[in-house]
Design a protein around this ligand. Sequence first.
Ligand code: NAP
Length: 487
Amino acid sequence: MIVVSITGPSLAQALRQMAQSAPYADMFELRLDLLGGSRALSLIRTRRKPVIATCRRRTEGGRFTGNRAELLAILSQAAQHGAAFVDIDLNAAAIISAFRNAHPGSSIILSYHHLGRGSPNVSGLYKRMSLVDADILKFAYTARDAADMQFAEEFIARASAGKRKAVAVAMGEFGEASRVLYAKLGSWATYAAPMDGAAAAPGQIPAKLLDRLYRARSVNSATKIFGVIGNPLKQSKGIFLHNPLFRFHAVNAVYCRFPVADVAAFMQRCAPLLHGFSVTIPHKQTIMNFLDMLDETAQAIGAVNTVVRKRGKWYGTNTDAAGALDAIEKTQRVRGKRVLVLGAGGAARAIAYEAKRRGADVFIANRTEQKAKRLAREFGLTVIALQNLSEVPFDILANATSVGMVPHVNESPVPTSLLRNKVVFDAVYNPPLTRLLRDAQRVGARIVPGTEMYLNQAALQFELYTGVKPAMSVMRRILARSWETRS
Ligand code: NAP
């Protein structure tokens, strides 16, 4: 069940939130403390969906300033107006028996919000909550890392052993996956925001995304979990590509964001739930210490961007290298050509290695020349100083620096005069048409955008995850749509 938290703060805004999220909601939670108390009770009958009436006090992360008697009064009025559930915090559990006696037809959600910095004592908390006469037990806490999802798992496991219905929510961006995977974890419901920017709690996902993108309600015990690890992940587009692709190819799987601070903790406490994952900055190197096998490409490049579980073992590979070169070779084969790679970071390593492997003569230039020299020694490349680029008669230019990426969209790593009649590839994919590519187009160069590399590496990942070769035309359409919605 998807419960959409209605936060207003005006009644008109609340009505709009209810109307907009109704197609994706199974229930509404009316945050009476944010909606001005009893004047919001009229909203309960607005839509034909069950309502949870919640009135959180300041100590519980809400705005209600009344005492317990006033809390009991407002929740009683909500029940009289037809609220199917009331949410009562563990700290106010003393009002429960009075509420039960007066409203035997309403159900009670007993909730507890762990707002402190330390780890929650789940076993002690569950013991206390299980002694209270409530229909559903709800536990929310702030996740400090993706691995903290284990507290939600533990709470739900205890509740299920005690045959109690329960909800567990890891709040904040580190807990996002717990909201998507609620059904897999055995949670009674997940709480969603009515729309972007109207979340009642940190990390709440808009209901439309939970329903349409993640298909959170369809996640079941057979659903395979994939995702991306990195930090930060706000800009990561993988969820917008892999989830629609799973749907198109009828694969029972879901792809989530796992912002990870501590890779070791993730591998120990979270990864066992997953069948595979993508790896992005800053963990492409660190992850290698935790894998059972690396293929030749990942080993040579010294970075892993894809991890899959095969017969209980973690296997790491790198799809960036083939992704970039397949994109370039659609326009120009690299065998026997001179390829000038700009940069000496992760993308440059992958591109230079693969270009060389495919028979190109590779030159490398980087702002920090020492790094270019190191890379050149490792892979057998020729270093060139940035100010001497005009001396290299290259055929293909591959930008693997982040120059030109948002927000610096008007920057280019090289002067336009160098680009005439060349093939110009830019690894930067945000924006899709960078200043470098626009300059190249103007002087008649053939261009290869970074989105092509992105699509190729994601297609290879999808195949490794599912065994299905994805339809590139569909991927292209999905990616274009995701750009439209983001701009
Ligand atoms: P990285 O490891 O951090 O390397 C960044 C590179 O950019 C370094 O060589 C750095 O030079 C250089 N650089 C940064 N700012 C610069 C500036 N102002 N002037 C000159 N050089 C500058 O990053 P990465 O993972 O290689 O990624 C590089 C780019 O490729 C990013 O834009 C990323 O989004 C893109 N990428 C795209 C795909 C795709 O699928 N299309 C995949 C991976 C990466 P120094 O060594 O001097 O710092």
